[in-house]
Design a protein around this ligand. Structure first.
Ligand code: AMP
Ligand code: GLY
Length: 425
């Protein structure tokens, strides 16, 4: 088989690396990929942007692609799967209508309410009906969210009514472009966040190994929100009873609700959950894709063939599949460019990759590029170093051994990835 992976981050490097191990696969193409995918055996890059659906469709024809797997949300929300299906091409991911679960927070909150899935209480506003009195009547803190995709920057936690009103007005008045034409204002939830990711095919579902990420930039889960500074699998907080509860109260009603609404779901489905002190799994958000960096540690543990998994989902035979996992824990530490998550440096030469390649574990590339004979930084989240071990603690040690070999000017990373899991061990 010939495979096309759409995207160019750490998640896509992990997807390509895993697909290339399948005995069924001859070659994996990644569009646009990064330095890591360029150097991976049996993998090569195509110079096509992840949101250039016409270009991707042409490449799928030219390269005789049998299966396309889409990494990021933007092409899914734009309808890449519908376009590929209309051209008779197999593409793993949700349709445009099903991807609205990530593409519109107002749609999702309404969906959750209609299907009685636990989530924070909320109200939705546009410029036409924004109501300061509503805001002033709410308990603090308040969470203000832009409805559409805003590259992880569209969520603001406000400690005062004045700042909630000012933030709402900024969003409605266009700070995030059309993404903020509609806003959601919701109750702030206490608890611990968990990433719960499944492969879904209409009402059939296979939960992937549990995982948790660290969204804040700094140690102790402080500092600004990011795309994720590290992740590990399994997440010990997700005990078997909590796992059953999440499946019963969140995943199953979501898939049934989507099907009942005429939008059956195919693909990775990522529920971002806040586990309340009483154990209620409240939905913070859905992503219509695999997580980044969750993909990297989760795929390190997947022993089954990823192609079999994606094809079984497309063919509706998911429930006949037996998915095997490495019993060891995996932990990934993100190494980010100086300045991230704000404006960040690019073009810094990365040293130590050869030394790290001799150690156990795996370094997945995100924002990297080949420049002459050098690999240089080219994105905010540059690398994700993943270790394996008999405990999260042991996996953490292996991951940081990799990190300590790699360096560039003003690299930043957290020193405490996995601390919650390690405290529980
Ligand atoms: P979202 O994009 O909706 O997942 O929001 C980004 C981050 O903001 C989440 O990962 C949480 O850390 C935080 N967040 C979002 N909504 C809430 C909420 N209702 N209560 C507490 N924290 C939240
Ligand atoms: N790690 C968070 C995300 O992929 O959205």
């Amino acid at each position: 088989m010939q495979i096309l992976i759409v995207g160019g981050g750490g998640r896509e490097h992990a997807l390509a690396w895993k697909c290339a191990q399948s005995p069924r696969v001859r070659h994996v193409f990644v569009a646009p990929g990064n330095a890591g995918t360029a150097l991976e055996p049996n993998v090569s890059n195509l110079d096509i942007a992840a949101d250039d659906i016409d270009g991707l469709l042409r490449a799928a024809g030219d390269k005789n692609i049998d299966l396309t797997i889409v990494g990021p949300e933007a092409p899914l929300v734009a309808g890449i799967v519908d376009r590929f299906a209309a051209a008779g091409r197999r593409c793993f991911g949700p349709s445009r209508d099903a991807a609205r679960l990530e593409g519109s927070k107002a749609f999702t909150k309404d969906f959750l309410e209609r299907h009685r899935i636990p989530t924070a209480s909320f109200a939705t506003f546009t410029a036409a009906n924004f109501d300061e009195h509503y805001v002033r009547a709410q308990r603090l803190p308040l969470v203000v969210k832009a409805d559409g995709l805003a590259a992880g920057k569209g969520v603001v936690i406000c400690e005062t009514h004045e700042s909630a009103i000012a933030t709402s007005r900024e969003m409605i008045e266009g700070k995030f472009g059309a993404a903020g034409n509609t806003i959601v204002i919701e109750e702030f939830l206490q608890g611990e966040e968990v990433s719960f990711i499944v492969v879904a095919s209409d009402s059939q579902v296979i939960p992937l190994a549990t995982s948790q990420d660290h969204k804040r930039r700094d140690d102790g889960d402080k500092g600004p929100n990011t795309g994720g500074m590290g992740a590990y699998s399994p997440a010990p907080i997700v005990t078997p009873p909590l796992h059953r509860r999440i499946m019963r109260e969140v995943i199953e009603p979501t898939l049934q609700g989507l099907a009942a609404d005429g939008n059956p779901y195919l693909g990775f489905l990522y529920a971002g959950l806040m586990i309340a002190p009483d154990g209620t799994p409240n939905v913070l958000e859905f992503n219509c894709r695999f997580g980044d960096p969750e993909t990297q540690p989760v795929l390190m543990r997947l022993q089954s063939d990823l192609i079999d998994l994606c094809e079984a989902a497309i063919d509706g035979t998911l429930e006949r599949l037996d998915v095997r996992w490495d019993s060891r824990a995996a932990l990934g530490v993100v190494m980010a460019a100086g300045g991230y998550p704000d404006a960040y440096r690019k073009g810094d030469p990365i040293g130590g990759l050869e030394a790290a390649a001799l150690l156990p574990g795996k370094v997945f590339h995100g924002g990297t590029r080949i420049q002459g004979t050098q690999i240089v930084t080219a994105g905010g989240r540059v690398l994700c170093a993943v270790g394996l071990g008999d405990s999260v603690r042991a996996a953490q040690r292996q991951a940081y051994d990799l990190v300590h070999d790699i360096h560039w000017n003003l690299v930043q990373y957290r020193l405490d990835i996995g601390y919650r899991a390690i405290e529980r061990e």
